[in-house]
Design a protein around this ligand. Sequence first.
Ligand SMILES: Nc1nc2c(ncn2[C@@H]2O[C@H](COP(=O)(O)OP(=O)(O)OP(=O)(O)O)[C@@H](O)[C@H]2O)c(=O)[nH]1
Ligand SMILES: [Mg+2]
Length: 218
Amino acid sequence: MRLGRRGELSLTDRLAALREAVEVAEGRLEVPEVASARALLAKAGAREALGDATVVALAGATGSGKSTLFNALSGSEVSTPGVRRPTTGVAHASVWGEHGSDRLLDWLQVPRRHRVESGDPALDGLVLLDLPDHDSVRLENRLEVDRLVELVDVLVWVLDPQKYADAAVHSQYLAPLAGHSGVLVVVLNQVDRLDEPAARACLADLRGLLDREGLAAT
Ligand SMILES: Nc1nc2c(ncn2[C@@H]2O[C@H](COP(=O)(O)OP(=O)(O)OP(=O)(O)O)[C@@H](O)[C@H]2O)c(=O)[nH]1
Ligand SMILES: [Mg+2]
């Protein structure tokens, strides 16, 4: 068996082990976990067939600065940031390199696509998504976030100094996703709004919150 970065089993080996367990359980175990495992295997199989691009999504509350960060990383104004809330109603994608991610983006149901010519081969295959707000007054925005959170490879939670401790993000997303901490990144954005001591205090408080949720620093 191949071992991953920290001596853990690779994803391929984990899926193979899960497939074996489901086959053994078939017709013997009448528990809902078997159906969930089967659904997970089907989803992983579908995703695997769509290539090895990495889909990274910027998620967060309205006004946290997702679109601004997305544009800065994309190198152009792909997604319009705004002062009226919420601003982004549909997900936008930026695709680095010639990776042929159209089928992947069709599967993700993200029609807004922008190609980035970075010249850095290390970024080839990166697909960055700017998501709508998870705490939206618009139901369709919240549903779109919940749909994509289940499908992307890496989630970057963009928090801001005013709402970093908001229950909506912690109890609905960060704490339940603690088991996926290897593919979660939490960013404190808009720190330029704070002076140095306030920024340090805010970061320490956020760190404490994440530690209590089982999201230790890596
Ligand atoms: N000072 C400061 N302002 C920022 C920063 N990032 C974004 N803003 C401002 O915050 C406001 C909201 O930014 P957006 O990028 O539209 O936020 P969003 O998270 O995409 O918001 P929704 O699309 O509504 O979910 C805009 O007026 C931005 O100019 C930052 O790092 N510092
Ligand atoms: Mg936005």
